[in-house]
Write a protein that binds this ligand. Structure first.
Ligand code: PLP
Length: 389
């Protein structure tokens, strides 16, 4: 056979592998492993959501449907924002997508030309720079620095990264993997930069309901108005334990509606109607479930804090939001090699920090949205392994 791999396009060859998927593939078949590498909770989707989807399917909602999402769902997403931010939102701003990942991909497509730069504070969810790359734009990372057990984004360095080709700033807060959460002053400073330079903000607030300070993390919705260049990326995945459903939304100026319709038409051609019935139930009736999950994550954090207090070689910033611990492990420069060793020698699966871009090397990401038993077992295995070193 011909060397097919050599015939792959430049785009295909330059698209990076995911360092998280890499470790999952390695550990997938291992028995007895405590798997804390994931970016999802282990709770199943609540039954009031699955039942709503089943009813939709039984009722025959299996045909092609609106490219923008069911009108009822768009209205319900707008209502959800009204509940959270205490002011009216038009449903014309919300477009249902195939998960947050699809929303991110569309966002980059909407506003970049090939070669345009998108600033990405890092460590970051690797899909952000990858989404920029697959759309032939260029991610430019700016460090979120780890200092004295805190993550700090230096606004002056962010400003210094803005150049003639900069088109957007992708800000994820609360952040995966660090738990760093921008306070309102930081959001104001980023918005001021965007206004000054005419840049877009790709606002990823998917962990906004997982906040350990207040009920909700600070949001650009509190300070922006309709004249601001902001595209919000959001998802049903985390709040309502729906990672496998592939449902999310993008919030964009209504002037982008036709372009979004086109991108959806020429990629997924829409989101299954019966799944959107599940999403509708989630967003209308899921506040209690969010509170329950939030409480579980807080408990997991408390358990980890106790279990890892004084652990050999480990330090971390206590997260203000999201549901991860990003552990600095002293003496291990190669986080991938360390993650493989932990699987084999400690029976714990963690995600290698190097997978999260510049600034992530030397760290490991641990997911807190797991059962108390898994959290306790994972912490004790990690602790014991580090002691044996
Ligand atoms: N944004 C961040 C920061 C994430 O961590 C994730 C998932 O891991 C997403 C967006 C999107 O999730 P999904 O594509 O499952 O909706």
């Amino acid at each position: 056979a011909p060397d097919f791999a050599a015939e792959l396009s430049t785009l295909a060859r330059s698209t990076p592998n995911s360092g998280i998927v890499d470790i999952m593939n390695y550990g997938r078949a291992k028995e007895g492993l405590v798997r804390l590498w994931v970016g999802e909770g282990e709770l199943p989707t609540p039954s009031f959501i699955t039942e709503a989807a089943s009813r939709g399917m039984a009722a025959g909602e299996t045909f092609y449907t609106y490219q923008h999402g069911l009108p009822e769902l768009r209205r319900a997403i707008a209502d959800y924002h009204e509940r959270m931010f205490g002011r009216p939102f038009s449903e014309d701003r919300f477009f249902v997508t195939t998960g947050g990942m699809h929303a991110l991909d569309i966002a980059v497509k909407l506003i970049t030309e090939p070669g345009d730069e998108v600033i990405v504070p890092s460590p970051t969810w690797p899909n952000v720079p990858a989404a920029v790359t697959v759309n032939r734009a260029v991610p430019v990372s700016v460090p979120i620095d780890y200092r004295d057990r805190r993550w700090v984004l230096d606004i002056d360095r962010l400003a210094a990264a803005i150049g003639p080709k900069t088109r957007a700033i992708a800000l994820n807060s609360p952040a995966n993997p660090t738990g760093w959460t921008a306070d309102l002053d930081t959001l104001k400073a980023v918005l001021a930069l965007a206004r000054e330079h005419g840049l877009w903000i790709l606002a990823d607030e998917v962990y906004g309901r997982f906040s350990f300070k207040g009920e909700m993390a600070p949001s650009f919705h509190e300070i922006a108005d309709d004249a601001d260049r902001i595209l919000w990326i959001n998802t049903f995945s985390k709040n309502w334990a729906m990672t496998g459903w592939r449902l999310g939304w993008i919030e964009a100026p209504p002037a982008f509606a036709q372009a979004i319709e086109n991108f959806v038409q020429y990629s997924t051609s829409g989101i299954p109607g019966f799944l959107q019935r599940g999403a509708l139930a989630a967003i209308e009736r899921g506040d209690g479930f969010i509170a329950y999950q939030n409480e579980r994550v807080r408990q997991a954090l408390a358990i980890m804090n106790q279990a890892l207090a004084g652990a050999n070689r480990i330090s971390y910033a206590e997260p203000d939001g999201a549901f991860y611990l990003f552990l600095s492990v002293e003496g291990f420069a190669d986080s991938r090699a360390l993650a493989f060793r932990l699987i084999d020698e400690a029976g714990v699966g963690l995600a290698p920090g190097g997978a999260f871009g510049p600034g992530g090397e030397g760290f490991l990401r641990l997911c807190l949205a797991r059962s108390e038993a898994q959290i306790r077992e994972g912490a004790s295995r990690l602790h014991d392994w580090l002691l044996r070193l």
